[in-house]
Write a protein that binds this ligand. Structure first.
Ligand code: FE2
Length: 343
């Protein structure tokens, strides 16, 4: 019995029906028993798929779900993954080098189930080409090219700002770096070094009315040594975004262990790709690849909240929806099990 793990799997022209406690998916030319892990809004699934013949790889497809907006979130498709951290703009940071590469990234994200993607270039001194005053025009240029290429992606303005920049920036600059330039939510890169008084520094943008999401806290050696520091920040109202790739790596690595712990302890709010490329180095498709690992750690309902409901609220500048309780088996990276990545 072949088993495709963690596939984001939908198909134009497919039909679904509930039978025998599971879903039966009928794709023209194929037939397979499926068990959905996440159901965003039929017909769109993340699921395991047991195939009887094991002779062919299931097709990846995509159903136009833009007719089903997520309640409470403004215009545009939001029922697939909402990726709030991706380096999608070309030629200004360590993301794609060219517009062609940027379009390939968007296409890969869309084909793996992402329907909303926030372009979050690094705003920090080693990338002087990233100016928050230019973000809107750059995102609009990419959006126009994506539309020309018929890539159905809701693209949102954002930035991944360094802590130092966030502390020094003016209110107007912070607003230009915020999600959708709404002046409400900021993505701040977790410092890679030990920072004394981190909570106080993070309080500065928060005291000016911004909700802060910390990007990849699992990479911080300081948090790896003392996870209670992260817990303190969360108790103060700071949100945590864990990188999908951290849940896919070797379970014994400090990054993987902390990423899984933050999810399992209910401290992490969002999983995002932090994608830099369509494929190979730091691929944007890591978000889809990590879904099964997230489900194993926190359970399907919480996983769906972390890849759809919570990030959609951040993009929209709304309160996060009530988080479902963590209900996983405590597996994932902490268990040492390696989750297979799709080829
Ligand atoms: Fe990043």
């Amino acid at each position: 019995m072949g088993r495709e793990l963690g596939a984001v799997y939908a198909a134009v022209g497919a039909s679904w029906a509930i039978s025998g406690g599971g879903w039966r998916l009928a794709i023209p030319g194929e037939d397979a028993e499926v068990r959905p892990l996440l159901v965003f809004n039929p017909p769109f699934f993340v699921m395991t798929c047991d195939r009887g013949d094991n002779t062919s790889v299931p097709k990846r497809g995509f159903v136009d779900i833009r007719a089903h907006p997520l309640p409470g979130v403004d215009d545009g498709p939001a029922n697939g993954f909402v990726d709030i951290h991706a380096h999608a703009l070309s030629g200004i940071d360590d993301g794609p080098a060219t517009m062609i590469d940027a379009l390939a990234l968007l296409r890969a994200a869309g084909n793996s189930g992402t329907t909303t993607l926030v372009a979050t270039p690094h705003v920090r001194p080693d990338f002087p080409g990233v100016l928050v005053t230019e973000l809107a025009a750059r995102v609009e240029a990419l959006r126009e090219e994506a539309e020309r290429e018929s890539i159905g992606m809701r693209l949102v303005i954002g930035a991944e700002v360094s802590l130092g920049w966030a502390v020094e920036a003016s209110d107007d600059e912070l607003a230009l770096a915020s999600y959708g330039q709404r002046g409400k939510d900021l993505l701040i890169e977790t410092p890679r070094v030990v920072v004394a008084g981190l909570g106080q520094l993070l309080y500065r943008p928060r005291s000016r009315g911004f909700r802060v999401t910390l990007a990849h806290p699992e990479r911080s050696p300081m948090f790896q040594r003392d996870p209670s520091q992260v817990e303190d920040l969360v108790s103060q109202g700071i949100l945590l975004q864990v990188d999908a790739a951290a849940l896919l790596g070797p379970g014994r690595s400090p990054i993987g262990r902390l990423a899984a712990k933050l999810c399992r302890d209910g401290l992490a709010h969002v999983i995002a790709s932090d994608g830099h490329r369509a494929a190979s180095w730091r691929p944007v498709t890591a978000l889809a690849d990590a879904v099964e690992a997230v489900c194993a750690i926190v359970g399907p309902a919480r996983a769906q909240w972390m890849v759809c409901g919570a990030p959609a609220a951040i993009v929209a500048g709304l309160p996060l929806p009530e988080p479902p309780p963590v209900s996983g088996g405590g597996g994932g990276a902490l268990s040492g099990r390696r989750y297979r990545r799709r080829p």
